[in-house]
Design a binder for this molecule. Sequence first.
Ligand SMILES: Nc1ncnc2c1ncn2[C@@H]1O[C@H](COP(=O)(O)OP(=O)(O)O)[C@@H](O)[C@H]1O
Ligand SMILES: [Mg+2]
Length: 229
Amino acid sequence: MENEKMIRTMFLPKRDASFSLSTAITARSGSGKTTLLTYLVNQARNDEEFKETRFVYVSIKQETLFDAPVVKDIPNLLKKMAKEPIVSYYPTNPEWYEEEVDALIESMFEISDDVEGGIVLMIDDANILKGWDSRGQVSSSVKKLTIAGRSKGIRGVFMTHRLANLPRLMNGNLSGAILLSMSEMDLDYAKKIFGVDLENLLPELTDYRWAYVDLITNRIHRYNPITLS
Ligand SMILES: Nc1ncnc2c1ncn2[C@@H]1O[C@H](COP(=O)(O)OP(=O)(O)O)[C@@H](O)[C@H]1O
Ligand SMILES: [Mg+2]
C-alpha cells in the first residue's frame, strides 16, 4: 500500500489516539469489502506497531478469507486468542445473533486490559443484525464498544452495505470510513450525519477502487484496487 502509516490510522487500537475510534467499511454487496479488509489486516500484520494486536473477525455469514482458526463459542475464542493474532468467530444461531455478538463484545471488554497491543473487533455484514439502521436501536454492548472501546484499547470495525445501516450514535464516534462502490442514496446520509460531501468521490469508486474518508481530518484518501494474489 502507498502509505504504510494509513493502515495504522485505519486499524490500530490505541487508547489515547484521536484516530483510534471505530472504523466503518461500507459498500454494496459484492463490491469487495471482505476481500479488502482481509488484505489490509494481513498488511497490518507486517507492521511492527501491530505486533501485539489481536484481530477478531466476526462473520455472521460464516465465511472467512483469513488464514486463521475459526471458533464458534467464546471459551474457544479466548483460548485461541492467547496464541493467535487473528481468529474468526462464527455466531451460530440466527435467533440469537445479536446476543452472541453482545456476549463477544463484553468478553473483549473483560480481557482488554491484558491485551497490550489492543483488540480490533471486526463485525462483517453487521447490517444483518437487528437495530442496525439509522432509526434502529443497537444493543447497549454495541453502544459501549462504539463509545468506550477506544479507552479500553478495543477498536470496532463495522461492515455494512449502506451508510444508513450505521446507527446514528456512530456519528461523532467513528474516526473514518473505508468506502467502495456505494449507492447514491448514501450521499444525503453522509452529508447529514457525518458532515462529508461524497458527491465527487462516489462516481470514482468503480471496479474495486476504494477510499478512506478520515472523519477526524475530513480528508479523503483515494486508492487503486488491491491486486488479488
Ligand atoms: N480488488 C479486486 N480485484 C478483483 N476482484 C475482486 C477485488 N476485490 C474483490 N473481488 C472479488 O469480488 C467478489 C466480491 O468480493 P467480496 O469481498 O466478497 O465483496 P463484499 O464483501 O463487499 O460482498 C469476490 O469474488 C472477490 O474475489
Ligand atoms: Mg462481504
